[in-house]
Write a protein that binds this ligand. Structure first.
Ligand code: NAP
Length: 282
């Protein structure tokens, strides 16, 4: 909590150093990603919106343009289950000095069921969105982010990596990978002299997006409130941050509760969302 007082007062503004600052948000057509684009536009960034649905992305761009007529908003269609599409994003980014990369797309509409019953192809898709595609995109854009320092990479993670619940083991694994990857890359950037490339892992708990389905309340903020919390924490001194204050309080509370109890509670919530078909894949 104290980091909120001592964090860099310039926050995200320190990454707006160029005349024409650009941010790229993946999974920008809905939920937290869409709200992140709105907050970034309000803070003076031009935004590249990535997603898989041209129609939805076009509508988002139009909304942004109506609210910020002097801003630039461009869409990039690339299915993150297909690692080869990373190149389409790289091509679209070309020529734009991006200083903010937010890896927000995650496997949010995947199956909630035991690993025993998951279609193996779904496992591949989850790993592609959450790991392969995201890491390859980061790798491909890293030289540019080194060039445009100060720059920041924000990886949107989940409480699931810290308190792995049952029935979403593959999704949880992708977030665990992202958490370790973020920390390692952050250390690496410092070690090889690119201190101006900030890397942050943002641990999100619950947010009332369409994929989550939960109604909004104090512990389950709207995507808009979550996006404001994420942007407020960008550029803080922390590499691993729980951006929304209620969730940060929860994270402390969880330290006092035995892991098996947290897992049992999360398990009973997720059990009600199970999507098993009853088919056992061999
Ligand atoms: N909501 C929560 O409670 C919660 C909790 C913990 C962590 N998170 C994390 O927060 C991030 C955002 O979650 P959210 O709830 O905002 O998700 P969301 O509402 O489901 O939105 C996901 C975004 O990713 C896009 N996307 C999904 N699959 C894609 C694919 N194959 N290729 C390209 N784009 C794809 C979606 O596009 P379409 O519009 O075409 O579907 C959408 O723009 C995720 O990383 C998630 O794991 C969320």
């Amino acid at each position: 909590m104290l980091w909120r007082l001592v964090s860099n007062l310039n926050g995200i503004d320190q990454f707006r150093a160029t005349d024409e600052p650009w941010a790229l948000v993946t999974g920008a057509s809905d939920g937290i990603g869409k709200s992140l684009c709105k907050v970034l536009a309000k803070r003076g960034f031009n935004v590249l919106l990535h997603g898989r649905d041209h129609r939805k992305l076009y509508k988002c761009c139009q909304e942004l343009l109506a609210a910020h007529p002097s801003g630039k908003f461009e869409l990039i269609v690339a299915d993150a289950t297909q690692p080869a599409t990373v190149q389409d994003v790289v091509t679209a980014v070309r020529g734009r000095p991006i200083t903010v990369l937010i890896n927000n797309a995650g496997y949010t509409t995947g199956p909630v069921q035991p690993l025993l019953t998951i279609d193996p192809e779904e496992i591949g898709r989850a790993i592609s969105i959450g790991i392969t595609w995201t890491i390859q995109l980061t790798r491909a854009l890293l030289p540019r982010l080194v060039e445009t320092q100060p720059s920041v990479i924000v990886n949107v993670g989940s409480y699931a990596a810290s308190h792995p619940p049952p029935f979403i083991s593959v999704y949880t694994g992708t977030k665990g990978f992202l958490q370790a990857f973020s920390q390692s890359l952050r250390n690496e950037m410092r070690t090889i002299g690119h201190k101006g490339v900030e890397v942050q892992y943002h641990e999100v708990y619950f947010c009332s997006t369409k994929s989550n389905g939960a109604p909004e309340n104090l512990a389950t903020p709207s995507p808009n409130r979550m996006a404001h919390a994420i942007i407020a924490a960008v550029g803080s001194c922390k590499g691993h941050v729980v951006p929304y204050w209620v969730h940060e309080l929860l994270s402390w509370l969880f330290l006092l509760v035995p892991e098996r109890i947290i897992s049992r509670i999360a398990g009973s919530v997720l059990a009600r969302k199970r999507t098993d078909t009853g088919t056992l894949w061999q």
